[in-house]
Design a protein around this ligand. Sequence first.
Ligand SMILES: [Zn+2]
Length: 412
Amino acid sequence: MTRLLIKNCRMINPKTEVEQYTDILINNGVIEAIKKDIEIEADEIFDASHLIATPGLMDIHSHIAPSLIPICVNPDNAGIETGVTALCDAGSLGWKNYEEGRSLIEKHYKTDVFHFLHLAPEGQVQLPETGYDELDIDAINRLINQNKDQIVGIKVRAVESSILFRQYDIFKIAAEIAHSNRIPLMIHLGDHNHKVLTSDELYQATSNILEYLKAGDILTHAFTSAPGGIIKDGKPIPRAKEAICKGVLLDMSPGLGHMSFNVLQSAICQGIKPNLFGTDVVLLDSSKEFLKPHFYSVSVIASKLMAIGLNLHEVIRMATVNVAMAINKSSEYGSIEVGRKADITLLKIIEGRSMFHDGGCGNVIHGNKLLSPQWVIKSGELYKVNKEFSNHRVDPMIFQALMERQGGKKNG
Ligand SMILES: [Zn+2]
């Protein structure tokens, strides 16, 4: 391990509400000093003039169990290569395959990984989930207790197959398990593929589920246009405002079609803002690789939120300390402070008109700033961000190709 001195960065640290031009000295992976004009012998001096230093970006919603779950990606591809130092896997694994998944990830990757454990025994190994009839609450509780460092929540999806499951109320049980273990329940909202329930029935089901939630629980894809979201025809569904007042958190993880700019804009106009966002990164087939930076980069999604009207400090807060707080890790993650592990993202703001797309919903907006990750410091080690992400230019050709591939899907 070495002594690394970051010179002249613009540090934005939402947790302590500090913004300052400063140097940051890192020693053996730990932040040793934050002040101007540090003059000291260091093994490496890095000139960060013109770069913004934020706490290491965190992704509240990813899918990262390589080789075990078909939709999952390699944690470092979604993590340090995109400027992200910690990822939360959103229910890829359940109690039957969690231990195998954890051991695979721990052996090979640098990015920190946390898990929302799925209530379905094998998580999202296939969708819709199967195996709910094998519920073993003791096994789930045991696993949570044995892995308190990494299991930070429970996940279920409010989709037709789960809502129609008759053996027990999946959402009530999931809430009980999460709350008795003092961890949040994350609920996926929206079902694009419903066949039995009507749209109204899906919205009603979501409204019923909201009753089970407590402060700190998370509604993921909260700004979806699919039936079963919390915004219907531009207005919040019954109990949505109550849930928000109670402290239920709204996560705007978009994936390729789980966030509509129209829904998000109308929610924000009514005072309903996201608390969190992640990527919902999954493995793309190689024919869609070109879409990756646009949809699966925390920084590009932050840029989309800025184009909608949120400010730089808000979006950095949402991707750092808010995630750390949501998973009960804010004493270790989400802040740049002396004595803490040195997880820092170095970003550049690229000025100029950018186009942003919301994927499956087919809407385009324009912004004038693109947050571009350049370097990332993980546990004191400096890494260059993958060019695909750092140089990402929002090219009109992307949208042309996207629309063609979607077959001209309607607005949402
Ligand atoms: Zn997901």
